[in-house]
Design a protein around this ligand. Structure first.
Ligand SMILES: [Mg+2]
Length: 278
């Protein structure tokens, strides 16, 4: 019997506290490697938290009938810290993040605990998620597949093949999110690809059910997905801020690549502590 009560008892204040803690933990592990995607992890923090703590069902043994796939693999630090919090990954795993003797790399690798697919070659995740959703239906289970894409990734032609096939093949147990931070690497998506927006209407034209919410509002994310009809694949476009949560990172694209120096690290920790106190 799956615990369906989790979705109805989502605690927004608890989610805020968790997300601050996750951002703080990401800052800690960011000190171990010179180049990484901290801004990309921060922009989807609330959406990935909402999936794990508000949407995916849990069996009493901790397993889930549902599956999460981090299509924007470069944002994987948020996935790692959530899996650590859930006890799926160990503290040692994260302490060895991106170190030669560690098993967690800068992109997710299939075979590590809680990692359902190797991602980070962008544009493949939605196709895998469509296949996983159809496999669940073929096995006559009620498993739901969740995945998070970046807006840069949505530019890939393979993503649009998956959008077409997801609705054409009736993958109604598929819920995808776009982390719409209007950056792809170092450029504004709206400037590099002026035809990218409007976005929601494009998914609707392909036959998807959609919602558009503030991607940092965990309550709105959970409510929008919980209200889906389940008759068609669902796409939530979440408006987000790259680097959300640390003042000097927000909408500053270099944080796609840099890791904080010591002074920046300490300022970031202070800001997260101040946010917790206020
Ligand atoms: Mg982006």
């Amino acid at each position: 019997m799956h615990d369906m009560t989790r979705r109805n008892s989502f605690d927004v204040e608890a989610a805020r506290a968790r997300c601050r803690q996750y951002r703080s933990r990401i800052l800690d592990i960011s000190q171990q490697v010179g180049a990484l995607h901290i801004g990309s992890a921060y922009s989807c923090t609330e959406m990935v938290d909402s999936i794990y703590h508000g949407l995916m069902r849990r069996n009493p043994d901790g397993s889930s009938p549902d599956t999460f796939l981090m299509s924007k693999g470069h944002g994987c630090m948020i996935l790692y810290v959530i899996l650590e919090d859930m006890g799926v990954l160990s503290r040692e795993d994260l302490d060895l993040y991106c170190k030669p003797n560690g098993r967690l790399g800068c992109h997710p690798d299939y075979g590590n605990p809680g990692i359902e697919a190797s991602t980070g070659a962008l544009g493949h995740g939605l196709s895998m998620a469509v296949g996983m959703a159809l496999a669940e239906r073929g096995r006559k289970t009620d498993g739901v597949i969740y995945t998070v894409l970046s807006d840069g990734e949505v530019q890939e032609g393979s993503t649009w093949e998956a959008v077409l096939m997801g609705s054409s093949l009736g993958a109604s147990n598929l819920v995808a999110f776009v982390d719409n931070n209007d950056f792809q690497s170092l450029g504004r998506t709206s400037e590099t690809h002026p035809s990218f927006y409007p976005l929601v209407e494009k998914f609707e034209a392909f036959g998807w059910e959609t919602a558009e919410v503030d991607g940092h509002d965990a309550g709105a994310v959970v409510a929008a997905v919980s209200g889906r009809s389940g008759r068609r694949p669902f796409m939530l476009v979440g408006k987000t801020v790259k680097g959300k949560g640390i003042s000097y990172m927000e909408n500053v694209p270099i944080w796609h690549y840099r890791s904080p120096n010591r002074a920046e690290y300490e300022q970031g920790k202070r800001e997260l502590e101040d946010a917790a106190a206020s």
